[in-house]
Every structure is written in C-alpha cells, then in structure tokens.
Design a protein around this ligand. Sequence first.
Ligand code: GLY
Ligand code: MN
Ligand code: MN
Length: 446
Amino acid sequence: MSGAKASKQAMMEEYQQRRQQFLEKIGRGTAIFRSAPPAVMHKDVEYNFRQESDFFYLTGFNEPNAVAVLAPQHQEHQFILFVQPKDPEKETWNGYRAGVEQAKEYYGADEAYSISELDEKLSQYLEPADRIYYHFGDDRSFNNIILGHWQQLMASYAKRGTGPIALEDPGPTLHPMRLVKSELELVQVRQAVEISTAAHNAARQLAQPGRYEYEIQAELEYLFRRHGALGPAYPSIVASGANACVLHYTENNRQMQAHELLLIDAGCAYGYYNADITRTFPVGGQFTVEQRILYELVLEAQKQAIDQVQPGNPYNQSHETAVRVLTEGLAGLGLLQGELDTLIEQEKYKPFYMHRTGHWLGLDVHDVGVYKYGDMWQQLQPGHLLTVEPGLYIAPDIKPAEGQPEVPERWRGIGIRIEDDVLVTATGHEVLTEAVPKSVEALETL
Ligand code: GLY
Ligand code: MN
Ligand code: MN
C-alpha cells in the first residue's frame, strides 16, 4: 500500500475553505447541519459511528450529538458548533470527546457550546438570516425544534422586520461542491481503490471450486481492515452462478462449483471515501462458451461507455452507449428480435439489463449530486467521480419482454457485471480501478 495520507492540517484548511465557499453561496441565509445519530445495536450497544456526509464535508468533526451552524451575516460568529461536552465518566465508557474547547481550537469554530444549549443559543444565529437552510432528517423531534424556532421568528417578523422567511434544503447549494473532488479527497479515494484492488486480486486467487462465497467475503473484508480501511463501503456481494442475477445478493453462503462465474461487487471505505468495484470471472479459470460470449459483450459495452466519460459530455451518454452495445449484442445472439432503435426505444433489453450504468461516487457510495437539471443531463467536468458498471443478468426464470423470444436454457443462470471507478480529468478520464484485471486472457490465466 502506498500509505498516502492527507495531513490533518491540510484537511483542516480544506474544511475551512469549503465552509468559506458555502458561506458565500448562502449569502444572508443561516445553515444548520446535524450530525448522524449514534449507531446503536441490540438497543444499547454503541458500535461504529459514521458521521453524516454533509456534516463531515464541512467540519471534519466526527462525533454524534452535534450541530453545526453556518451564519454568514452574524456579527461575530460564522461557524458555530454545538457538541457533546467533556465528561470523564462517559468518556471512560464510550471514548474520547473533543468537547467545547477543542471544537474551537482544533475544529476552528468561532464559537462552540454544549449541545444541551442548542435551543437557547440558536435563535441569535437565525434572527438576522433571510432564510434557513436545513435538511429534514428522520428525527422528527429534531425537525420540530428547527420548525419551532422558525415559527417563533416568523411570529415576531413584523415587529423586527427581519428574519428567515423561507426554509430551504442545503443540498442544491452544497452538493455541487461535493460532486467535484479536490486533490485531498482524491488521495483518500485512491487509497480506498488501492486497498480494494489488493483485496479483489487476493479474493480472485482464493475463488476455487468447493469454496464458499463467505470465504471470499471474509478474505476481502479481512484485507480491507488489515490495510487500514474502515471496512466495507457497502455489503459485499459475492455471488456465484445464478446468484449473480440478484443485483444486491448478500447472503454469500453458497458453495461455488467449477464452470460457474463468480461476481464480486465489493469495495472499502477509507477515511470516509469509497471504492465500488465489480468483477466477474470463472471459478477455476475457464469460461464456458456462453459465459465468454456474454462476458465479452459486457466488457465491450463497458469499454465504450468508459470512452464516453469526457468533460463536456452529458452524464447519460455512457448509459446510452452501454444500452446500445448490449442490445445490439443480444440481438446478434438472437436473444432479442427486431430493429435496434425500436428495441432500445421500447426498452426490450430490460429483462437482461435493468439498472443504470453508474452513479456518482464519493463520501457516499451513491453520492450526492443531481444527474439532470430539468430535461438536461448534467455535463461531466474535471473532478467528477463516477462508476461505470454495465451488466447482463439472465435469471433462470427470465421472462422475455412482450413480443420477444423465450431465452434458450443454455444462456440461463449467467449474471455478469463489470464496474470501474472513473475520474473525469481535464482531457478525458482516468480509470482508477484499472489494476483489477478484467480481460478474458487475464481472468483465464489465474
Ligand atoms: N455496490 C453498489 C453499486 O454498485 O451500486
Ligand atoms: Mn456501483
Ligand atoms: Mn458496486
């Protein structure tokens, strides 16, 4: 592993720059971000806490029970943190807390308070704002606190002549920022990719006939953690044979047989950034004729789809390209019948290919950011990070689309997906995950 790390100080400066940029964008508004709730299992056992991504993106602060306020028009404080106060007894049980002082000194808050003071202190930051930016979360009682403040300020609006008259989700303002990855973010993405690559390559060696899917999962996840990742970025999919036709198969409990394909969709989270990689290969090293034909078709679709990842191209162009290649290929094999454009227009390929060709990738695996503005697809720009992941899934009981032929037995039970993480660059793209082999030759000479 390269062990590349962004220095803490550089990260702190970057959080500060992000806040500055966001403060400028919200003008006279005040934004409120809430941390993720504590992670609890078995009713009272705290386990791995994972900060809410918007909150983390703007603060780097990694504790629950916290609120960040950004108030550009407040006289003294633009960045305010409400946090869990220091508490030696609680810290003995549940671990370190930064506390109110550190929230200022280390995390750069202009002012910090105990979270218990939120109700009392919040109004002063909302009063001078013309709107409140807040994302309604699942916690209704917390939503009601914000609504209560808003209502109170509205009631006294006439008297003061100022105050928030609108409530807006911060996503459309913040998420375009998150969509374009900085160099420091990419250091962490590349580290997630490097660890995930090593894990995929080791898992492939292990995937011999007679092994169980969970053994492969264990190898992957052992290596994730062994190399300092937080763990899997999402539940690892280790799907042999027809299991690969279930898109989010995660039971991972079947014994693999010779002459089957194994689909592994797994990636780790490193420093909150995620890799998302899928490879499909023959258990024991040789494709059957049908597997190979379909595999080469998906690989060609993926190659052409990746070619479309270019600055200035509309986001959907790689999906449209993948659909065209796959549909043409299926028609060539007699699995679809009809004229190509009609098959595409009428979505006759959907029993074989029912998902989209990718998604944004970042702090969230299915990252924030819109794909379309009205009818216009977002144009790719340098710093965008996305997956390209076409597939074909011929379930044992596949039902052809209306007017299409039955699928002959020999094609059934084959599921294939190939997924890479692709960065848009100034001149084209970079496939970050290219060190995980995917050519037929490489996969047959394990
Ligand atoms: N692993 C989830 C996805 O590929 O979207
Ligand atoms: Mn994906
Ligand atoms: Mn995936």
